[in-house]
Design a binder for this molecule. Structure first.
Ligand code: NAP
Length: 367
């Protein structure tokens, strides 16, 4: 299963809006086939693995429940049954409504099925996909580069550059994994950022969209994001975050990186509308009560009212620390769980109609 997960991860920059899936086929302890899902609309990992190998009586090890439905490709379970596979080992159930039922269909055909093997790792690998299809909202990753005293800029608004070049490279690499970026108008006015996905790693069917929250219309008309020809949603009214996220999901956007500034990050944090946070912390302090910080606003009076998060890991990047956090309570279910826990019905999620201006976008997932 570890090898299957490694294979799945090869799709990191190409499968959106579909999940990353890897598959190996073994007989008598020997690997006889392997495959991974490359791109939405292309063959699933199981089909890739079955190609060119005689799988009769063999064991298939796959990171996601094989699909039982006709999407853009025929059901994988039929191909597995036809190939004469004797045993299937699955890391996790498919959270997508349309794709479920594969395990039952395999069992009904007399195939021995084991589930939940390295499920935690599999869930983590596909955390954006799982969140998006379960909640019908994009997975929100908050990202900031800050000083040791939590400042995103100096008292004069200077923020370039707080973090090292290595951290900035890592930030650009993060963008390659997501479908959209969101910042506030204050950031566009202060820094005139390009907000592009410019490493060229991403080859997925999903596009790249910039979203600017600019209620007070502070963004100048000649800002790069409005004039460079890229896809930008410029919102010059008060945006309700739930409505906004539902609208983005409706446009095929499954993941968003929120890169500031202070005001916007604070809104996502205080409303709890985020799934993961990555902070690059530079070994410096700038002080100043008016310097923008990662969390601003009126301040919380009682510690017991403060939102608490969960540190996931800390790495050194250049001369900075890269800290990964999740909201408290493990909302994603990353960290394990039974089959029942992994199968939250998406019908529980509210569906708010989109009020965003249309942007040409990727198709809905077809697992
Ligand atoms: N170090 C970093 O990683 C980093 C990253 C980005 C930016 N920065 C720095 O942060 C500073 C900018 O931060 P900031 O807090 O001034 O600005 P900001 O958060 O980028 O943008 C604030 C703007 O967003 C609008 N806004 C917020 N929520 C909204 C909503 N729900 N709907 C519509 N509009 C909404 C606000 O409108 P209202 O004014 O009406 O409230 C305001 O105009 C700059 O100095 C920049 O260099 C640092």
């Amino acid at each position: 299963m570890r090898h299957a997960l490694d294979l799945a991860a090869r799709g990191r920059y190409s499968v959106s809006p579909n999940p990353m899936v890897g598959c190996v086929i073994a007989r008598d302890g020997y690997l006889i086939g392997e495959g991974w899902h490359h791109r939405a609309g292309e063959p699933h990992a199981e089909i890739e693995a079955l190609r060119g190998c005689d799988a009769r009586g063999a064991t298939m090890i796959v990171t996601l429940e094989p699909c039982a439905h006709h999407g853009r490709t025929p059901p994988c379970v039929d191909a597995i049954i036809d190939a004469g596979v004797a045993r299937v080992v699955v890391a996790m159930r498919d959270p997508h409504d349309a794709a479920r039922g594969g395990i039952e269909k395999l069992r009904a055909a007399g195939i021995d099925v084991t589930t939940g093997v390295l499920e935690t790792e599999a869930r983590r690998l596909n955390e954006t996909f799982i969140h998006a299809v379960t909640h019908r909202r994009p997975f929100v990753l908050l990202k900031a580069g800050m000083t040791l005293d939590g400042k995103l800029a100096t008292v004069t608004g200077q923020s370039q550059w707080i973090t090292s070049e290595a951290s900035r490279e890592k930030s650009l690499a993060l963008r390659e994994e997501l479908d959209a970026i969101l910042v506030g108008g204050g950031t566009v006015r202060a820094d005139n950022p390009r907000l592009t996905r410019r490493l060229g790693w991403n080859t997925s069917a999903a596009g790249w969209t910039r979203v600017i929250l600019d209620r007070s219309s502070v963004v100048p008309p000649d800002a790069s994001v409005l004039t460079d020809g890229g896809s930008t949603i410029h919102i010059t009214r008060d945006a309700d975050l739930d409505e906004l996220l539902a609208g983005l999901y409706g446009q095929g956007i499954h993941s968003v990186i929120v890169e500031g500034g202070s005001n916007v990050l604070s809104e996502f944090i205080s409303r709890g509308r985020w799934q993961k946070m990555i902070l690059f912390v530079a070994p410096m302090v700038v002080g100043g009560a008016t310097a923008p910080s990662i969390f601003s606003g009126d301040g919380i009076a009682k510690l017991t009212d403060a939102p608490r998060f969960r540190f996931d890991r800390v790495e050194t990047v250049g001369e900075d620390l890269m800290i990964t956090l999740y909201p408290g309570g493990g909302e994603l279910g990353v960290g394990g769980g039974s089959e029942a826990e992994t199968s939250a019905p998406s019908s529980a999620a509210p569906s708010t109609p989109s009020t965003l201006s249309p942007t040409p976008h990727a198709p809905k997932p077809t697992p």
